[in-house]
Design a binder for this molecule. Structure first.
Ligand code: ATP
Ligand code: MG
Length: 563
């Protein structure tokens, strides 16, 4: 029963869910979860999982999606991460309502389940150390070797496990292992560790516990406790599915969710692994988790991405079973498409070249009407001041223009956006460097608003600001964080050697006066320069900072054309 008119295109997971609902499996219920480990900030890959899990839930009447913190590994988990994850999920536009859970809330229950497994003869306390366990696990071609502790009696195991919990042993002295099959072709099934001793304080349970469950044990049981119907995860857990099912079967729980794996999102020119992103933050290669160059949700948000653009991106890439790498240009396309509709147009100059309009009266200011979006008159107009001294971009003038350069040049007429036609009549150069420092132009008063009188055509329209009225701001221009399409390409080399030294360029920015009151987070299209947003961290009314979200160049369209 689909209740969402504009639900995204179907995929193999949605097909499975639809089929299950049709067959009244789980009583027709749909319950998913998003289970982040709070050991870092969420990235765009997580957004794919969030859109999938929350998305499917909203497509069914009564469908639910839990936000569950998989907080079973205390040394790496921090409260800061929990809060950031909640913020990011909410910002993306999803609501877990009262369905916020923590795996750590189940520690007591999980312990009871472990006791039950021991009683069933399906788990034992193993006193080999980590290294020995690793060495006896075998390889893909060789079976593992059974632990000498495998035959401990149920009573002995129960007593030891209780003493493990009681804090009688040092870290690593014993572990609890499932008793499955050391010769299984699936290495995950070779008596995997279920519990280990770790004297580490937990951000929620404090020092209540000194044994912690492993991911494979905690995850399936947390899913079962929460009565999840479809447990969606990425492909690297494919081999773990057998263990997921084994544990739930062994314990004969009443809810046995179905694990379904899908391909994780990979993006070129970036890394999507919390471990690597932590390295960038801790090594100060970026300014923080929310550095606008980061592929984190918070970084994208600060860069100027909208929740809609990220959701659209996730819909566009779809959900498949085969791993692939998505072109980052597709992400840029998604934000461009969204901002094109909603961002008001303004003007600003990055590399100013002074222009004096010789025949415009000194001391006079004309307030001209400018459209906030020429494609959408509903967005209204604003006033922009025009005066005798202006700035244009250095790139918009060439003294000796090649054939295809249609912008300003000596003797040539161009349009100044929403203002007048101007003709370059003189070029002033620095006596020593020979650099062009100032242009002299004349304007045609009959072209007010930039309209063409008696059909006279010009080939270029330039953006500009009035020198006296321009507001001094700062622009932050971004490029890919890495120079290589696949920063992890060389397996034996540090991925950080592929960082792009030019990923951030900070430059002065002269912006039109209507922006003096621009508020943090506000998004604009600076004509011909790109989409920008006011930085939410460093910008202040007296020192505006604009982050360039994306250029106007539609690289995606070019890519599509090429294909
Ligand atoms: P990372 O590899 O970045 O550390 P993770 O898988 O360890 O990610 P979790 O917090 O465990 O991060 O992930 C929460 C959920 O998000 C999981 O279901 C996981 O499969 C999913 N997820 C993580 N990375 C991606 C990705 N790149 N694409 C799609 N889903 C992802
Ligand atoms: Mg993980």
């Amino acid at each position: 029963m689909s209740k969402n008119e504009s639900s995204p295109a179907s995929d193999f997971i949605r097909n499975i869910v639809a089929e299950d609902v049709k067959n009244n499996k789980n009583g027709g219920r749909v319950a998913t979860r998003f289970p982040p480990e709070p050991n870092g900030y969420l990235h765009i890959g997580h957004a794919k999982s969030i859109c999938l899990n929350f998305g499917i839930a909203t497509e069914y009447d009564g469908g639910t999606c839990n936000l569950r913190f998989d907080d079973t590994n205390p040394s790496k988990e921090e409260v800061e991460y929990v809060e950031s994850i909640k913020d990011d999920v909410r910002w993306l536009g999803f609501d877990w309502e009262n369905r916020l859970f923590y795996a750590s809330d189940y520690f007591e229950q999980l312990y009871e389940y472990a006791v039950q497994l021991i009683k069933l003869g399906k788990a034992y306390v193993c006193s080999l150390n980590n290294e020995e366990i690793r060495k006896t696990r075998g390889t893909l071609t060789e079976p593992g070797i059974e632990s000498p502790f495998r035959s401990r009696s149920v009573e002995e195991n129960l007593a030891l496990f209780e003493r493990m919990r009681g804090g009688e042993f040092v870290d690593g002295a014993h572990v609890l292992r499932a008793k499955i099959d050391m010769a299984s072709p699936n290495i995950v099934m070779r008596d995997p560790t279920l519990y280990r001793i770790r004297r580490v304080s937990h951000h929620r349970t404090g020092d209540n516990w000194c044994i912690y469950p492993m991911y494979d044990f905690a995850h399936c049981l947390s899913d079962s406790i929460e009565k999840i119907t479809h447990s969606l995860c990425t492909l690297e857990f494919e081999n773990n599915r057998e263990l997921y099912d084994w544990i739930l079967d062994a314990l004969d729980v009443d809810c046995h969710p179905q694990q379904i794996e899908f391909a994780r999102l990979n993006l070129n020119y970036t890394v999507l692994s919390k471990r690597k992103l932590v390295e960038l933050v801790q090594g100060k290669h970026v300014s923080g988790w929310d550095d606008p160059r980061m592929p984190t949700i918070s970084g994208l948000r600060r860069r100027g991405y909208t929740p809609e653009s990220i959701r659209n991106f996730c819909e566009r890439i779809g959900v498949a079973r085969r791993d692939s790498t998505v072109d980052i240009a597709l992400l840029e396309f998604s934000i461009r498409e969204d901002l094109n509709k909603h961002a008001p147009r303004v003007m600003g100059i990055l590399r100013p070249l002074k222009v004096v309009i010789d025949n415009f009266p000194e001391g006079t200011v004309e307030e001209l009407d400018a459209l906030n979006n020429p494609e959408d008159s509903a967005m209204g107009t604003r006033k922009i001041p025009f005066s005798r001294v202006l700035y244009i971009e250095q790139d918009d003038f060439m003294e000796d223009p090649p054939k295809k350069f249609f912008r300003l040049a000596p003797g040539r007429e161009v349009r100044l956006r929403y203002a007048y036609y101007v003709t370059c009549v003189n070029v002033v150069k620095d006596g020593q460097t020979g650099r062009v420092v100032e242009l002299h132009c004349t304007y045609d008063p009959d072209t007010r608003g930039g309209s063409s009188p008696n059909g006279r055509k010009v080939k270029a329209t330039l953006h500009w600001v009035s020198a006296h009225h321009a507001v001094k701001a700062e622009a932050r221009l971004y490029d890919h964080l890495f120079v290589k399409e696949n920063p992890n390409e060389e397996k034996d080399m540090d991925f950080k050697t592929n960082l792009n030294p030019n990923s951030l360029k900070i430059t002065p920015f002269l912006v039109e006066p209507s922006l003096a009151d621009a508020v943090p987070g506000a998004r604009y299209q600076f004509e011909r320069l790109g989409y920008f947003c006011v930085d939410t961290v460093d910008s202040s009314p007296s020192a505006l900072v604009f982050n360039r979200t994306v250029t106007l160049r539609d690289t995606w369209a070019k890519i599509k054309k090429k294909q």
